[in-house]
Design a binder for this molecule. Structure first.
Ligand code: C2O
Ligand code: CU
Length: 468
């Protein structure tokens, strides 16, 4: 068994400097991008990779020269990246070294209910728990994060989130950019006090006006003049992104939540609601050395932060990666073509004014209640409504234990970038989105909720049960 290299240091070195006086976020593009380290397995067998992670309170240098208290997987903000292989199991022993409960959920992972990180299925302080992830799913960008009952918004905000990549052989055969040219970029916002400490209040999206990428404030990233695969994860509690590169430069989307799209989708704008993932290939060889390209948030509803990060093209490099015209067929490899629809449902998300609660179908989350039963193998079409047009509150829809196809938004077919397998989808204010879903894998209880996780923490979450 390979020895685990203990990852005890935060992502960047702490400085000895005391927190004195007021601190402010750095100017944009003054801090280099950090890429979270890939976690090494503690052991491997013919079928399984074993990992160990400790959740603990730690200090991270998010603002230069300032120690910020965070909650972190192995003390890293964000957590280490796990690179799994499709068809090989991953077993993660999670130890809770904090003084309160924690729960770990693998977002986008098709895992048995008992390993899914149900909000009540907690790891008590000082305890460990072993999560089993079969990875019987094609390559995709997933992420793992806290899901503790009524605490997920705060615990994710304080740092309990990390990227989990499933790789697969047929994907590798496509020769998309890989190795150092395959880079996860976890986007989120944050709010700091004048001592550089995180300030968390539920529903406080207006004040979270510091933009982070992989735990750094608006970093710059020195890239080679060649193709890169960038794996964007919207890890923000409530913020939407509409990614825009430079002066509307082309990005080619190759994957969404569930992995590769049928074919590449060139675009200049990528909309991401919280929890969604988008992989793009950007060819920096189109630009002369010295070019600087700002990645901005062009979301018309976002006015506080525009600049996300900057790509600086600094060196030539050879490039034998490719961008084939076909990536992965929609159906096949465990994702069968759906037959006739067995059942239609409507699911409504809104703020209940009388109850002062975010609700789904009039009810706020109750871990002791099953809200719907779904027959394993049935094809269902769900129309998810956002009924908060009066207040203009955005919501999105996320379901555990399955990937779905997005059929329509407000009656229109969705365009190429949402035409792949998804687990999280934006629901337009006052409108709806229709998804086709079929639970093929496990029986048992799974969650569905709004992934603006302040909303889910405030009750906008429900449970389904997959039955025979
Ligand atoms: Cu990203 Cu229920 O979670
Ligand atoms: Cu919501």
């Amino acid at each position: 068994a390979a020895a685990l290299v203990p990852v005890t240091a935060p992502l960047v070195g702490l400085t000895a400097r005391e927190n004195t006086g007021e601190v402010a976020p750095p100017e944009p593009f003054t801090v280099p991008l950090a890429v979270p380290p890939v976690l090494r397995p503690v052991a491997r067998s013919s079928s399984t990779d074993y990992y160990e992670i400790t959740m603990r309170h730690a200090e991270a240098e998010i603002l230069p020269g300032v120690r910020t208290q965070v909650m972190a997987y192995n003390g890293l903000f964000p957590g280490p990246t796990i690179r799994a292989t499709s068809g090989r199991r991953v077993v993660v022993k999670q130890t809770n070294a904090m003084h309160h409960d924690a729960v770990v959920h693998l977002h986008g992972g098709i895992v048995a209910p008992e390993h899914d990180g149900h909000p009540m299925d907690v790891i008590a302080p000082g305890q460990s728990r072993t999560y089993v992830y079969p990875n019987r799913q094609p390559g995709a960008t997933l992420w793992y994060h806290d899901h503790t009952h009524h605490m997920e918004a705060e615990m994710v905000f304080r740092g309990l989130a990390g990227v989990y990549i499933v790789e697969d052989r047929s994907e590798a055969a496509l020769r998309l950019p890989s190795g150092p040219y395959d880079v996860p970029l976890m986007l989120r916002d944050a709010r700091f006090d004048d001592q550089g400490q995180l300030v968390f209040e539920l529903g406080d999206f207006r004040n979270r006006n510091v933009q982070l990428v992989n735990g750094r404030v608006q970093p710059y990233f020195q890239v080679a003049a060649r193709k890169y695969r960038l794996r964007f994860v919207n890890g923000a509690n409530e913020r939407y992104y509409q990614l825009k590169l430079g002066d509307d430069e082309e990005m080619v989307q190759v994957a969404s939540d569930g992995g590769l799209l049928p074919r590449p989708v060139p675009t200049t704008r990528i909309t991401m609601s919280p929890g969604e993932r988008v992989d793009v290939v950007v060819d920096f060889s189109r630009y002369p050395l010295g070019t600087r390209l700002v990645l901005a948030n062009a979301d018309p509803d976002t006015t506080d932060i525009r600049e996300i990060m900057r790509f600086d093209v600094v060196r030539p490099a050879k490039d034998d990666s490719r961008l084939p015209g076909r990536l992965r067929p929609m159906y096949g490899r465990g994702r069968g073509k759906p037959g006739a629809v067995d059942r239609e449902r409507d699911i409504s998300f809104y703020l209940d004014l009388e109850m002062q609660h975010f609700v789904i179908d009039g009810k706020h989350f109750d871990p002791d209640r099953i809200d719907m039963q779904v027959r394993k193998g049935d094809v269902e079409v769900w129309t998810i409504h956002n009924r908060d047009d009066q207040f203009g509150i955005p919501h999105n829809f996320h379901v555990h234990g399955v990937h779905f196809e997005v059929l329509e938004r407000n009656g229109q077919p969705v365009s190429g970038h949402e035409a792949g397998w998804k687990d999280t989808v934006a629901v337009p204010i006052g409108g709806n989105v229709r998804v086709r879903v079929r639970f093929d894998d496990y029986r048992g209880r799974y969650l569905y909720h709004c992934h603006l996780i302040d909303h889910s923490t405030m009750g906008m979450m429900a449970q389904l049960e997959v039955v025979d």
